[in-house]
Design a protein around this ligand. Structure first.
Ligand code: EPZ
Length: 422
């Protein structure tokens, strides 16, 4: 296992290029199962989760090949395997996204039942509700979901859950419906850019999907989908992480290769927290630190403040005069990073889904432990400003979702090194 050793106090400046979106790439890779023809994907980030999904596709009869640094070619060698095994699904919940494509193309799926993770129980009832509505018979036994459908038939389905829409369930059902008979209307659909990117990818393969980016997505099923060459959108959560790094370090960072329209609301909230922004074009912006001010954050589905950016802005506002309040409405257990930030001298109190952050004058270096991907990213942001040396342990969590993270931070002037964790 590796760790980061960080010497805090550097003021970040310079340019950073944002990688392709992990959360757009994963369902799009699963969607390659919907065709027997070759698919070429560009701007795919080279991450642990991506490699896990490629491994799963190999088990599902696809040949996967990196044809350039961030480009992959997916070729079908066998259209019969239907199992997403426990040893892959337990490490990556997004594996569930192969269920829809397998049912659509192979009419069967055997998926290990995803467990929980550090941010909560992660149920899949909405996925199951959607698949059953399309005509799938599902049995859950021995830790697996056994699903089969003689024929998928389009339906009007509401996918809202107790915590609002589900990104992966919307994506799963959209992919199943793409080859179903007739029209499917998904009400309560997730509006995230990653869902829209998947829908655009499917349409370029011959699907007929409208309403992307709205709460109602309409899918007219087609006979088959053909191969395609497609470029994945940038990672808005990585961009938000570098905005936070600039903000906490008193820096000024030129962020390139983003889609600024995916960052409207985060930019609004980071501005409220004292930062200044210069939007240079549709794909470039300058994020400049200012005197940090307290904010109130309610994490919500897109287009509001994303839950995946909650730890990062918590790090920033832990260093200011005043009290901030962050309400986590999406995942009930997504504050494990707060106790670790308190080890660095922050003053954060968690009460259920609400965290109260009393800003402090400074943080001081310590050893802290990442518990999940975004908690780890938030802790790295905190250590950039902590006085003296810090260690961030279990950074395999961070490797799941950040490509060349330390290299990008080093290029901005951060004093951060990867080391083996004894
Ligand atoms: C996606 O997860 C993202 N992952 C998550 O990013 C992100 O935090 C999340 O959406 C919310 O934006 C990928 O896209 C691979 P949900 P997903 O279904 O789809 C509940 C990261 O850091 N729910 O939108 O699994 C669920 O418990 C990751 O990159 C049900 O109740 O999340 C949560 O409270 C972390 N039943 C809420 O819905 C279900 O069947 C939203 O979850 C499914 C979800």
């Amino acid at each position: 296992m590796d760790k980061y050793i960080v010497k805090g106090g550097s003021t970040l400046s310079g340019e950073v290029r944002i990688s392709g979106s992990k959360n757009a790439s994963l369902p799009i890779l699963a969607g390659t199962i919907l065709t027997g023809e070759d698919v070429i994907l560009h701007n795919i980030p080279d991450l642990a989760d991506i490699r896990m999904m490629l491994q799963l596709l190999e088990k599902l009869g696809k040949k996967t090949e990196w044809i350039a640094k961030n480009s992959v070619r997916i070729t079908e060698t066998d259209n019969s395997s239907i199992e997403a095994p426990y040893d892959i699904v337990r490490k990556m919940r997004a594996s569930i996204a192969v269920m829809g494509p397998l049912l659509a193309r192979r009419k069967q799926a055997k998926i290990s039942f995803p467990g929980g993770c550090a941010i909560g129980p992660r149920p899949i009832d909405i996925h199951i509700r959607g698949m059953e509505a399309l005509g799938t018979e599902l049995v859950i036994q021995h830790g697996y979901i056994w699903a089969q459908a003689k024929e998928l038939t389009g339906k009007r389905i509401n996918l809202l859950g107790t915590h609002g829409p589900s990104v992966l369930a919307t994506e799963n059902v959209m992919m199943a419906a793409a080859l179903a008979k007739g029209k499917t209307y998904i009400e309560g659909a997730a509006e995230e850019p990653e869902v829209a990117a998947l829908g655009k990818f499917l349409n370029q393969m011959g699907a007929k999907i409208t309403g992307l980016g709205t709460p109602i997505i309409e899918i007219e099923g087609v006979e088959s989908l053909h191969g395609v060459e497609f470029t994945v959108i940038p990672d808005r959560i990585e961009a938000g992480t570098f905005i936070a790094a600039a903000g906490i370090s008193g820096g000024k960072v030129h962020i390139k290769d983003v889609d600024i329209h995916h960052l409207d609301y985060p930019i609004e909230k980071f501005s409220e927290a004292g930062m200044e922004f210069e939007l240079l074009s549709e794909t470039e912006l300058i994020a400049k630190a200012g005197k940090i001010r307290p904010v109130q954050i309610d994490t919500k589905p897109y287009p509001y403040f994303p839950t995946d950016m909650q730890a990062q802005i918590m790090a920033v506002v832990s260093l200011c005069e005043g009290i901030s309040v962050i309400k986590e409405n999406i995942f009930p257990d997504r504050f494990t990073h707060a106790a670790e930030m308190n080890r660095l001298g922050a003053e954060i109190q968690v009460d259920g889904m609400t965290a109260v952050i009393r800003g402090v004058d400074h943080l001081s270096g310590a050893a802290v432990m990442a518990s999940d991907l975004r908690a780890g990213a938030g802790l790295v942001v905190s250590t950039l400003a902590a006085r003296g040396l810090s260690e961030v342990l279990r950074i395999y969590h961070i490797d799941r979702g950040y490509e060349c993270f330390e290299q990008k931070l080093q290029a901005l002037g951060a004093d951060i090194e990867r080391a083996a964790q004894e």
